[in-house]
Design a protein around this ligand. Structure first.
Ligand code: TMP
Length: 251
């Protein structure tokens, strides 16, 4: 598969067209931003870690019945994905209070939430991705009621699968962000990435942060944290039960 025209360049990825109009190639960059692009930097090998970790997780999810955009890993940085129209929502799933929720509600980081919390942000950089609710989503026709039901169901299922998977590799899945897209046929599928950029991942034993918060909050050892996640995912492969070992894993 070959990259043709650059279709879109985002903060962390470039997206190219291919000869197949239903397939795009995503190329992950090492560029890192936070606070809606206000803070900029580079995290060495982040592109490769995020690409490989995200593909692994998407494969686990596919095998558990969640449709995703994943098609094929082309290299450590590049992946072929199904072309979709991104639904302009950031779907945030939370198991533990942290980040903006901890701040907004006055909870200390690490407080266990008695139930899983779903939040939505309107994906719009100019507005700084404001938080919205289901009424706004329908009023602005960002997604239909039916699509939203599917998104909610997938988000909860994804949480169940990923919480268990990460736990088995010694990590607490605190919260994460998902994006969904719609295929030409109208099917809602999981898109974008699931990586240390888009999740809060804490070491279960020590509570150490192993995600982008190290960059956002200038905690240091950013690259080490990303590599640790990569190592946990790939080094644990042989010791896990079959359901956590997707077929055709590139190593
Ligand atoms: P928050 O606590 O800052 O709202 O973040 C919640 C989760 O969403 C956290 O795992 C980080 C992720 N996230 C993104 O992936 N992209 C973003 O732009 C933001 C703000 C958060």
């Amino acid at each position: 598969m070959k990259k043709l025209d650059l279709l879109y360049e985002g903060k962390a990825k470039r997206v190219y067209e291919t000869e197949d109009e239903t397939i795009l190639i995503v190329s992950y960059k090492d560029d890192a931003t936070a606070f809606n692009g206000l803070k900029k930097g580079t995290i060495e090998d982040k592109g490769s870690v995020n690409n490989r970790v995200s593909n692994y997780l998407m494969k686990v999810l596919e095998e558990q019945g969640i449709p995703t955009h994943y098609v094929q890993e082309l290299s450590h940085r590049e992946t072929a994905v199904k072309k979709v129209k991104i639904i302009p929502l950031e779907v945030i799933v939370r198991n533990t209070a942290a980040g903006s929720l901890a701040k907004r509600l006055g909870l200390s980081e690490g407080t266990n939430l008695k139930r899983t919390v779903l939040e939505y942000c309107y994906k719009n950089d100019e507005l700084g991705d404001p938080m919205i609710n289901t009424y706004h989503i329908e009023a602005m026709e960002l997604a239909t009621k039916g699509e939203l039901e599917i998104i909610n169901e997938y988000a909860m299922q994804i949480n169940t699968v990923l919480k268990e998977y990460f736990s088995r590799i010694g990590i607490q899945l605190v919260d994460f962000k998902l994006e969904f897209g719609k295929t030409k046929e109208g099917q809602v599928i999981l898109a974008d990435e699931i990586s240390p950029d888009t999740c809060r991942l804490w070491d279960k034993a020590t509570g150490e942060k192993l995600d982008k918060d190290r960059f956002r909050r200038d905690l240091g050892q950013v690259e080490v944290a990303y590599q640790e996640i990569l190592n946990r995912v790939f080094n644990s492969f042989d010791s896990l039960q079959e359901q956590w070992r997707p077929k055709h894993v590139e190593r």
